[in-house]
Design a protein around this ligand. Structure first.
Ligand code: N01
Length: 553
């Protein structure tokens, strides 16, 4: 029985439908995951409403429109796989799609599958509470709307809440301050004095573009970062046709892989091959471009000696392109293994430091004291600026979930339940919070995988689970505390067996003061994870309690 069949529905005219105040599923967020959740769940016959805080669909691909923003996963892979016709009709113009092209693609998907009619834009979900007696959620928005639903799907994105640094005096700056993740449309950097704080993926992508526009660019680097040239190029008709012919195989390989990519690592340990073989393997990955360099060899992220071989190859490449050896030295990370933070993907990043108008400020040597009206004051001087760009990243994985007051069974909030770090079963469910599903959040491969395929994997699992509950006459599904405890321990063990926790990364919440230091993504690999969650479903949703209707209080 479908809840919507029995609930009062709002009469509507086809011309101006009134949004329903009771639906089967509320989805929070209209980014890549939310859009697919709407399509899949609606195709299964459920009534769905999607709430999106932004003025447009697209999630991070709406907001992250800083100069040079593009995806660091190949466009042909960073695209939905659920519809063969969609794959065949959409033409990607470059190996790595720009932010505007990805947003155009998402608009195309929204139109093609008629998604907009169930999406409410400019509306932030602020409060969600579970009522045990009706086994339903009440969802409240910042516009005062209240909707009840049997299920809720959080598709809020793991990297969607900006991390604004607590630098004294930030408010006193007389120029413009922008954050890369909410880039205004009207920023003119031409000839201006620009300061960029942060050298993660966003900063490293934006810096070469800003350098070409700005009069002077000052890069405030706290931690040097590993980055690999993207090797971006336009895709000609022949290449596109070849991709389209190989989609099935590409998707199959991606779904089975460690990170959601069709490219396989070298079969042997980095330490088992000859120096020549190793160099050739790294060179091949270097030419492939981007983040996959961290997966050249299977033991690169588990064995420090293997990791060091990658690091020394990388260092030679960087020293060869930076003219000033002292600057090169400051740009080479010394504090973490390569790949323990997400490797950045760039477009002439290191070469940019050869420009006369680009100045590297090492914040560890000359800490930022404060921001003043005319610029940034460091240990020795005041650097005059017109624009400050905060490329300071995100309150990752849990930041956007924390912004919603989520109240589960017995009045417990999710914030309380996660006060010592996020606790989930399979990343999908939380004990005490029935019928609530989290897409690509903590406890799942999430940001370590291809986020589009990951979204599809999660949404399909959730839709199947909802269908199963319905067919079995169950009203709710909730992870058991035992299953959550075991999964949290398993995730921690897997992470501890890698080099990943050795970096102060956002994977650990280490970039946000006050966050508990817990490695949040599942590091066991996308393909392995996919098998685990499929097995749990096939085994009657092992580790979840499925409550029959008559047991409701
Ligand atoms: O954020 P980050 P990001 N003073 O956290 C520095 C995805 N992404 O937006 O390392 C001075 O990585 C901070 O320094 P430190 C991708 O998954 C993808 O760049 O903490 N500096 C760091 O250098 C990526 O990993 C794409 O010492 C301060 C920087 O700010 C993730 O998003 C593009 C500071 C933040 O780097 C996050 O990337 C963009 C302070 N007070 C993003 N506070 C693509 O697909 C912070 N920093 C290409």
């Amino acid at each position: 029985m479908r809840i919507s069949d029995t609930s009062p529905t709002t009469p509507s005219s086809p011309a101006s439908p009134r949004p329903r105040d009771h639906v089967d599923v509320v989805v929070v967020g209209a980014g890549i995951a939310g859009l697919y959740a709407l399509h899949r769940l609606r195709s299964d016959g459920w009534s769905v409403r999607v709430f999106e805080a932004g003025p447009d669909i697209g999630g991070v691909w709406f907001w992250n429109r800083y100069p040079g923003a593009r995806c660091d996963v190949e466009s042909v892979d960073y695209s939905y796989s659920f519809d063969t016709a969609l794959q065949q009709e959409w033409d990607w113009s470059e190996k790595y799609a720009t932010q505007p092209e990805i947003l155009r693609y998402l608009h195309h998907v929204a139109d093609r599958f008629d998604l907009r009619r169930d999406i409410t834009l400019d509306t932030r979900v602020v409060d969600m509470s579970f009522d045990e007696s009706s086994s339903s959620w009440t969802v409240r928005t910042d516009r005062g709307e209240e909707v009840t639903s049997r299920f809720c799907v959080l598709a809020v994105g793991p990297l969607s809440s900006a991390n604004i640094p607590e630098i004294p005096g930030l408010d006193s700056f007389s120029g413009q301050i922008v954050h890369t993740s909410s880039w205004p449309e009207d920023v003119d950097l031409t000839g201006r004095r620009v300061g960029v704080i942060g050298t993660g993926s966003s900063g490293i992508q934006a810096i070469p573009h800003i350098a070409r526009e700005a009069g002077d660019l000052y890069v405030f680097q706290r931690t040097a970062n590993f980055s690999i040239p993207a090797g971006n190029r336009p895709l000609d008709a022949q290449t596109r046709a070849q991709y389209k012919r190989s989609y099935d195989e590409r998707r199959r390989l991606s779904m089975e892989s460690g990170g959601g990519s069709p490219h396989r690592p070298h079969p042997e340990s980095a330490l088992a091959v000859t120096d020549d073989e190793r160099r050739i393997a790294y060179e091949k990955r270097w030419q492939l471009g981007g983040v996959l360099f961290s997966k050249t060899f299977p033991d690169q992220l588990t064995d420090r000696a293997a990791n060091d071989t990658a690091r020394s190859f990388w260092e030679q490449k960087i020293r060869a392109v930076v003219d000033d050896p002292a600057v090169a030295e400051r740009l080479i990370p010394g504090d973490h293994p390569i790949g323990a933070k997400r490797i950045c993907t760039d477009d002439n990043y290191f070469e940019t430091y050869n420009r006369a108008n680009v100045h590297l400020v090492d914040v560890r040597q000359s800490p930022i004291d404060c921001v003043v009206a005319e610029g940034i004051r460091t240990a020795g001087e005041t650097i005059g600026l017109d624009v400050i760009v905060l490329a300071t990243g995100f309150d990752a994985m849990t930041g956007s979930i924390d912004r919603i007051n989520i109240v589960g069974r017995d009045g417990q909030t999710l914030k309380q339940a996660w006060s010592a770090g996020p606790r989930t079963y399979l990343g999908l469910g939380v004990d005490g919070f029935p019928n609530l599903f989290n897409i690509a959040g903590p406890g799942s491969p999430s940001v370590l995988a291809n986020m589009v395929l990951h979204a599809e994997l999660h949404v399909d699992w959730v839709a199947d689970a909802i269908g199963h509950l319905d067919a079995a006459g169950r009203r709710s599904i909730e992870a058991t505390t035992e299953a959550v405890d075991a999964w949290v321990a398993d995730c921690a063990d897997r992470a501890d067996n890698t080099l990943m926790p050795q970096a102060n990364s956002w994977y650990l919440g280490a970039n946000v003061p006050g966050r508990p230091r817990v490695f949040m993504p599942f590091v066991g690999g996308f393909g392995v994870y996919r098998e685990i969650i499929a097995d749990v479903a096939a085994d009657g949703y092992r580790g979840f309690a499925l409550m029959p209707a008559e047991e409701l209080t």
